[in-house]
Design a protein around this ligand. Structure first.
Ligand code: F6P
Length: 525
């Protein structure tokens, strides 16, 4: 159980949010604001259009949002982030992902490493030996490249990239199925180069090369890491180790050498485009006035939804079959960053923080959980994400996709009341009572908030801008809540317990457990 600690650590807590007058004024203004999309609010940022019209809005709310940001020190926090100051206070380091995509980068080594990655990809392309890449990594060392390769390489890539993340041996078995060991490059990506899943899977992959008759397996292994010494210890050739830095958080690292599989699958131009789009969003975030600042407005809408309207979850609905991996990518980004209960000073946060993030591409989601979104008592804010232009040759399909996206959004917002439905049901029902009964079943709550994000098309630039939009939105919310969005201590405890249990299962001494865990450890032994 989490107890609130009286804290006198190295970092001071901000004023408790629940007692902050600007917070109260913000919530009050949100509750009083129009929620019926009476004002068109479209913000343009880095080529994307963000339509916030279906969120609570009023002039008072705009002012209250800006006063809240000022009260929480947003300007200074943003400067610290963008200038590479200590944004990650509990690990005492920067969270300088923007330096990874700036051109030129303020960190000269970034440019050097970018060049090394590109030279390596040219060498691999020129050599023509590798038909496939087996990528080993998990979490932030997996979701980013997997998302980009699956989204932009949906219709084929230069070479197949298989992603193996899970420690479940079935993942490895499926990962190598049908691959030719002599024509496969293994890429091991891990910031720490100590994550148990990645290390074990890397060992299996090297074994697989050796068992497949590869005379020098390590010559076919590349590594991406901030722990170069560990990669060298594994035997990865120095010229095939690509580094990044501890100031690039795992879930913010797709912009670093972690993007290597993207370049191997889609060419270095795809990686360049991704960085360019993200850098354009960084420039927008740094300079656009608050009322037209897309990440800021997305964040404020999310804060109102979480605290003024009590939505505990947040749905991501990409109306693009290529963006299936965007959902887990954003789950990690949002929930590892915002799933915190204490502020930077260690005091308990007095309001709810990050919501549960979930979703699925539309239109599949419509046949899975949209019923709940429309008629369940709680509902959830939804981010609808769609491309203006499709890249396939079936215009009719895109017309229907767009129509469904807009229609679902409209239905969530507009709703349909019993009073509206009764006359319609009269023609279908035997009598007035039955008409009313049917109307009750068919009524839609309405008033449910959503955002619409329109990308011109799914090009690398647009995808980069989209991911950076969410990164900055998360940052703004963290600044208001006063939490460290760049650490993830909550994943450590389970890892420690798993190490102990694994030792017990392997014959080690019994540890101290609750009755159920002790029972199952015993059964497996
Ligand atoms: O899930 C916990 C975590 O530390 C993530 O933050 C990180 O992205 C992932 O593990 C993988 O870590 P690494 O890149 O060090 O293997």
């Amino acid at each position: 159980m989490k107890e609130s600690v009286g804290v006198s650590g190295p970092v001071a807590s901000p004023a408790p949010l629940a007692e902050c007058p600007e917070w109260r004024a913000f919530l009050q203004a949100a509750k009083a604001a129009d929620r019926g999309a009476q004002v068109l609010r479209v913000v343009e940022a880095a080529g994307l259009h963000l339509d916030l019209s279906a969120q609570a809005w009023s002039e008072d709310l705009r002012q209250a949002g800006e006063a809240l940001l000022a009260a929480r020190g947003f300007d200074d926090a943003r400067r610290t982030l963008l200038e590479g100051g200590i944004a990650n206070v509990t690990e005492h380091r920067a969270a300088w992902h923007t330096a990874l995509r700036a051109e030129p980068s303020p960190v000269p080594e970034v440019g050097v490493e970018r060049d090394r990655v590109r030279a390596f990809v040219r060498r691999v392309d020129g050599d023509g030996r590798y038909k496939s890449v087996l990528h080993i990594g998990i979490g932030g060392s997996d979701w980013g490249p997997k998302l980009v390769v699956s989204a932009l390489g949906y219709a084929g890539a230069r070479r197949e990239v298989r992603f193996v993340a899970n420690i479940d041996g079935h993942a490895m078995e499926a990962g190598v199925l049908g691959l030719d060991p002599h024509a496969t490059l293994v890429v091991v990506s891990s910031k720490s180069f100590s994550t148990i899943e990645t290390m074990r899977n890397a060992e299996r992959a090297i074994e697989w090369l050796r068992d497949g008759g590869v005379a020098e397996p390590m010559a076919q292994v590349a590594a991406v890491t901030s722990n170069v010494a560990a990669a060298q210890k594994l035997g990865v050739p120095a010229e095939q180790i690509f580094r990044f830095w501890d100031w690039a958080g795992g879930r913010y690292s797709v912009w670093s050498s972690i993007g290597l599989p993207i370049a191997l699958a889609l060419g270095a131009e795809a990686l360049d485009g991704l960085l360019e789009g993200a850098a354009a969003m960084d420039a927008h975030f740094a300079r656009a006035p608050l009322s037209g600042n897309a990440p800021v407005q997305l964040a404020l809408a999310g804060l109102a939804n979480r605290s003024a309207f009590g939505y505990a979850t947040y749905n991501i609905a990409p109306y693009d079959a290529r963006l299936g991996n965007l959902v887990p990518y954003l789950q990690q980004l949002e929930m590892e960053s915002l799933g915190k209960s204490v502020d930077v000073g260690g005091a308990t946060v007095t309001v709810p923080t990050g919501p549960v993030v979930w979703g699925m591409p539309g239109t599949d989601g419509q046949h899975t959980f949209f019923q709940w979104l429309h008629q369940g008592p709680e509902g959830a804010p939804v981010d609808f994400i769609i491309c203006r232009e499709a890249d396939h040759p079936y215009p009719e399909h895109h017309r229907l996709l767009v129509a469904n996206c807009l229609a679902q959004r409209e239905a969530l917002l507009r709703g349909k009341s019993v009073a509206e439905l009764v006359p319609e049901q009269r023609t279908k029902a035997a009598n007035d009572d039955e008409a009313r009964w049917l109307a009750c079943h068919k009524a839609h709550h309405g008033g449910r908030p959503s955002n619409l994000i329109v990308l011109p098309r799914l090009a690398p630039q647009a995808l980069g801008a989209l991911l950076a939009l969410y990164e900055h939105k998360v940052f703004v919310q963290g600044a208001v809540w006063g939490i460290d969005v760049y650490d993830q201590w909550g994943v450590e405890y389970g890892k420690v317990l798993a190490t102990g249990i694994a030792a017990e299962l392997g014959g080690g001494p019994a540890g101290e457990h609750d009755v159920s865990t002790a029972y199952w450890v015993g059964r497996w032994k």
